[in-house]
Design a protein around this ligand. Sequence first.
Ligand code: BF8
Length: 629
Amino acid sequence: MDKSLIKLKVEERTIDESAKPLLERTLEEGIETAWDRLEKQQPQCGFGQLGLCCNRCSMGPCRIDPFEKDGPKRGVCGADADLIVARNLLDDLVTGAAAHSDHGREVVETLLMTAEGKSQGYEILDKEKLYTVAKEIGITTEGRNDTDIAKDIALSFLEEYGTIKNSIDLSKRAPEPTQDKWAKAGILPRSVDREIVEAMHRIHMGVGADYANILLHGLRASLSDGWGGSMMATEVSDILFGTPEIKESWVNLGTLKEDMVNIVLHGHNPVLSEMVVKAVKEQEMVDLAKQKGAKGINLVGMCCTGNELLMRRGIPIAGNLLNQELALATGAVDVMIIDYQCIFPSITQVASCFHTKIVSTSEKSKVPGAVHMEFHPETAYDTAKNIVKLAIETYEQRNPDRVKIPAKPVKMMAGFSVEAIKKALGGTFQPLIDAIANGSIKGAVGMVGCNNPKIKQDYGHVTLGKELIKRNILVVETGCAAIASGKAGLLLPEAADLAGDGLKSVCHALGIPPVLHMGSCVDCSRILVLAAELAKALNVGIDQLPLAGAAPEWYSQKAVSIASYFVASGVYTVLGLPPKIFGSKNVIDLLTSGLNDVVGATYAVEPGPVAAADLIEKHIDSKRKDLGI
Ligand code: BF8
């Protein structure tokens, strides 16, 4: 490919400076990445984009003519555009809710095994949270030892997935006016598996034809994720591995080291990655790495398991979704360990251009071309050590001439759990509430979600983030959004200089950045808890607060679930890419306006970050006016 064309493509694809030289390498050497595959997919199917293709049953696939023409207006079964679009959306949403919640279940099962003495290498690290959660869900703590309490929490949480309790305990964390809205709309979440199974039932042919009824169940299922599966993942991970505290670390592809064994931890569940962190500290491992000529072992994260490690351990993070193939293209990764979710099936192809080994660890998530070393809590530590040994052996096969680590890492601050934020504020949320009331901080936005090659990598997050802080709107982030901000330097206290005067002075006084990293995607539950705390302090519902959500570069079904539980909880949420709903005007109307009467919030779609900031500011201004501040 022509050099100038390569340069042009690179500039179109990312704003991440550490990614650019590697993108250049992939284009020069013909290593295929997600961007190349997106190009090859053009033009993408218009029916699919509009949500008008129904492939559920073997009378189909059917598609609806989106124009006022003579084409089909109903599928073979008689489903119209509204129903087909609604069923497709519900399918996406509960796929995401299932992914979060099944991850949560594995963490809870690990707590149970730990309490029963059946796991290897785990312990209860945050006793304070153990007691807080126990009291909250009605488990006696007096005179009992930690493992008995932990066992009761685990068993109680496992029942949140089933049908025995018929209501999710942690959803009672929401302020009463919000819970009242759910009750009135008939969307109080009962249990995680139940809502998801019922959703799969509802999208079967012939189970209802009312699009609004289908979508309402979507909200209910999303609440079982946000206030259920995801929240349990967060809380139990905190109990096992510690609640995050504010700390400094490093981010971007420059976190890989030329003279060290590089292990990238990619995926989502800290149950795996925490054990690898333990294993690399073993003197035996460090000595072995040195014997093979390395200076030591360098562990870096990728995507959300990276966020989990960053938040709790300060482990540097190499990048977000679109960095995964580029990390491999450095030729410096010895082993990439994966569990599940957001792992491109192509990574073994990229790895095969170098000495790199991909190690899959979950029975649920095998990848052709990967070495499979199955991970179970009972043998977790031994498996972690074996993987680290494999990485050290693989380091010997590295070709130094192929190594290209292009940039210096950027410093960042992370660890802003709700508890850490409260501590930074002096032990109470009152200073934050005062700052919001006096207008120094206008409001807050939860910016979440992914990268998507349809948008220049990180551009959506970084541009919207800068626009919001300039307008004195505090930004809290999770997932790949937070990693994008880290790479752009927005997670540093110095970034407060880019903020409006009010937010700037608050950040300077507290020594915090204007964009706060709150964790992985399941940790969007931390954003819900923060919103609930603020609402309760003001005696209002979440929908009355000057808050908004944003997902400027989302791609995944999990993001559909997150956006939905934000909206269902009363948080107006702006998406940077359109969901596949534009084939139904009725569905668009319900989601972008009708839901206001049901949950006090709606979705919006706005691809332009500045225009999205305008929408959000207008919304926040109107909420402030309603509150009389
Ligand atoms: O759960 S933000 S690309 S890594 S889906 Fe995936 Fe999206 Fe990243 Fe984490 Ni979340």
